[in-house]
Write a protein that binds this ligand. Structure first.
Ligand code: S3P
Length: 429
C-alpha cells in the first residue's frame, strides 16, 4: 500500500501516541515468567507486540484482554515450540534469553526476511557461554534449548539493550552472578520493570563502563504495570510540529526516561520549542506531557555517545536536520545499518530524492539543510516502518508531496499513525 503526504497548514492539537514498544514486549515476557496474573495498562497493540503475545501463549502463558488492559498469567514454560517473530528483533532477542534460562524448554525462532537478515550472535554467543544450547548461526532460524545456566560477565559492545536484556532474562534462571558492562548505558526498561516484579538489577558507573548486575532475588511476582506513550512513535508528530511552520503539538503521558529522550534534547538545541510538564513516576518510569512548537531550526552535532538515547529516532531527527539551515552531523551510526532495514542508506537515498544533500561519511551522517525542502519524490521504505513515517513527516512540511512505496509496516509500531497525523491537520492518505 502506497501513502502520500501533501504540504499541510499548521498542525495543532494533542497526538494520541500508543504505549512504548520496548516496555510492551518486556511487560508481556516478564508477566509470562512471573507467578500470578500481571495487569498491563497502556500496552501497545501493534504487530510486533502481537508476535510476542503469541509467542508467550505458545510457551504456556495465558494472555487476555480486560477492557482496555491486558492480563498475562504466568505458567511454567513448555516446549518444544516454533515461534514466528515476524519483523520484531526485540521479540526474537529477548525471548532467546528468557528461554535459555528454562531447563527443558526448546524454542525454534524464525522471522520475516528483514529479521532473518539481522545479526543474532551478539545474543546467542553470551547465552551459549552461560550454558544454553544454541543451534544455528548468526541468523534466524535459531533453536534455543534452555538449561541450568552458569553466570556471566559480558562486555556488551556496542551497547545494546536487547543483548543486555536477553542476558538478564536468562540470568533469572540461575543463582550465579550475572553482569553486563557497556561503554555507554543502553535503555534500562528491563531493569526498571524487574523492580516492579520484585527483583533488582543494580547499575554502577564503573571505571570500565556501565555495570548492570542482577540481584539475588530472581523469582518474579505478578504486578500491575502502566506503560507510557512511546517516545520513538511520538517522534514523528513532534518533529512534524517542529518543521511545519506555526504548529504546536502535545503528547500526554510520554515516557521521558533519560535514556530515550536524546531526540528531544537535540530538537531543543536546534531551536524548537520543547516543553515538559506534569512529570510523574509511573511503574518506575518517568512520564511527562511533552509539547513541541515550530521555530526556525539551527543544524545540530550529535556525538557517538549521544546516539543510544535516540537510536530509533535517527530517521525523524534526519528529517528535522533537512529543514535546519546549515550542516548537521550525526556521528556513530554503524548500528543503524542493522535495523529493520539499512536505515542509514535509506535515509541518505530518501533525502537525496527529496532534494536534500546528505552523505554517509564513514559512520557519520552529514545533512546539508537549506531551511526548506523540495520533496516531490517517491521513497523506497525497504519495508521499514520508521523510514515510512519519517518521509511522510517530511512530506507534510515540504514544497511538493512525498509518497512512500509501502506503508503496511507502520503497523509494527504505530498502527494509528495516519489517523493521528490527520487529526492534527496533516494531509496524509
Ligand atoms: C530495543 C533496543 C534498541 C532499539 C530497538 C528496541 C529494546 O536496540 O533499537 O528498537 O527494546 O531493547 P539495541 O539496544 O539492541 O541496539
Amino acid at each position: 500500500m502506497k501513502l502520500s503526504a501533501r504540504p499541510a497548514g499548521p498542525l495543532q492539537g494533542e497526538a494520541e501516541v500508543p504505549g512504548d514498544k520496548s516496555c510492551s514486549h518486556r511487560a508481556l515476557i516478564l508477566g509470562a515468567m512471573a507467578e500470578g496474573e500481571t495487569r498491563i495498562s497502556g500496552l501497545l497493540e501493534s504487530d510486533d507486540v502481537a508476535a510476542t503475545a503469541r509467542a508467550i501463549e505458545s510457551l504456556g502463558a495465558e494472555v487476555r484482554r480486560d477492557g482496555k488492559d491486558w492480563l498475562v498469567r504466568g505458567r511454567p514454560w513448555e516446549g518444544p515450540v516454533a515461534i514466528d517473530c515476524g519483523n520484531s528483533g526485540t521479540t526474537a532477542r529477548l525471548l532467546m534469553g528468557a528461554v535459555a534460562g528454562m531447563p527443558g524448554v526448546h524454542a525454534m525462532l524464525s522471522g520475516d526476511a528483514s529479521l532473518a537478515a539481522r545479526p543474532m550472535q551478539r545474543v546467542t554467543l553470551p547465552l551459549a557461554r552461560m550454558g544454553a544450547g544454541i543451534q544455528g548461526g548468526d541468523h534466524l532460524p535459531i533453536t534455543v534449548e534452555g538449561a541450568l545456566l552458569g553466570g556471566i560477565e559480558h562486555r556488551n559492545v556496542p551497547a545494546s539493550a536487547q543483548v543486555k536484556s536477553a542476558i538478564l532474562l536468562a540470568g533469572l534462571g540461575t543463582s550465579a552472578p550475572v553482569t553486563v558492562i557497556e561503554p555507554v548505558p543502553s535503555r534500562d526498561h528491563t531493569e526498571i520493570m524487574l523492580h516492579q516484579f520484585g527483583c533488582q538489577a543494580s547499575v554502577d558507573d564503573g571505571p570500565n563502563g556501565w555495570v548492570t548486575s542482577l540481584g539475588a532475588q530472581r523469582t518474579l511476582a505478578a504486578c500491575h504495570l502502566h506503560i507510557g506513550a512511546d517516545p520513538s512513535s511520538a517522534a514523528f508528530p513532534l518533529v512534524a510540529a517542529a518543521i511545519v511552520s506555526g504548529s504546536t503539538i502535545m503528547v500526554r503521558g510520554m515516557l521521558v526516561n533519560p535514556l530515550r529522550t536524546g531526540l528531544y534534547e537535540v530538537l531543543e538545541r536546534m531551536g524548537a520549542g520543547v516543553e515538559l510538564s506534569g512529570e510523574r513516576i509511573q511503574s518506575g518510569e518517568i512520564v511527562a506531557d511533552v509539547q513541541v512548537r515550530a521555530a526556525p531550526l539551527a543544524p545540530c552535532h550529535v556525538s557517538v555517545q549521544q546516539v543510544p538515547a535516540m537510536i530509533d529516532e535517527i530517521p525523524a531527527l534526519a528529517v528535522a536536520c533537512a529543514f535546519a539551515d546549515g550542516e548537521s552531523i550525526i556521528e556513530g551510526l554503524g548500528e543503524l545499518r542493522l535495523k529493520e532495514s539499512d536505515r542509514f542508506g535509506a535515509i541518505v537515498a530518501g533525502l537525496a530524492a527529496c532534494g536534500v544533500s546528505a552523505v554517509a561519511d564513514g559512520d557519520a551522517l552529514r545533512i546539508f539543510g537549506g531551511g526548506k525542502v523540495r520533496g516531490g519524490a517517491s521513497i523506497a521504505t525497504q519495508g521499514d516502518h520508521r523510514i515510512a513515517m519519517a518521509f511522510l513527516t517530511l512530506g507534510s512540511a515540504a514544497e511538493q508531496p512525498v509518497e512512500v512505496d509501502e506503508a503496511e509496516m507502520i503497523g509494527t509500531s504505530f498502527p494509528g499513525f495516519v489517523e493521528v497525523m490527520q487529526s492534527l491537520g496533516a494531509d496524509i492518505g
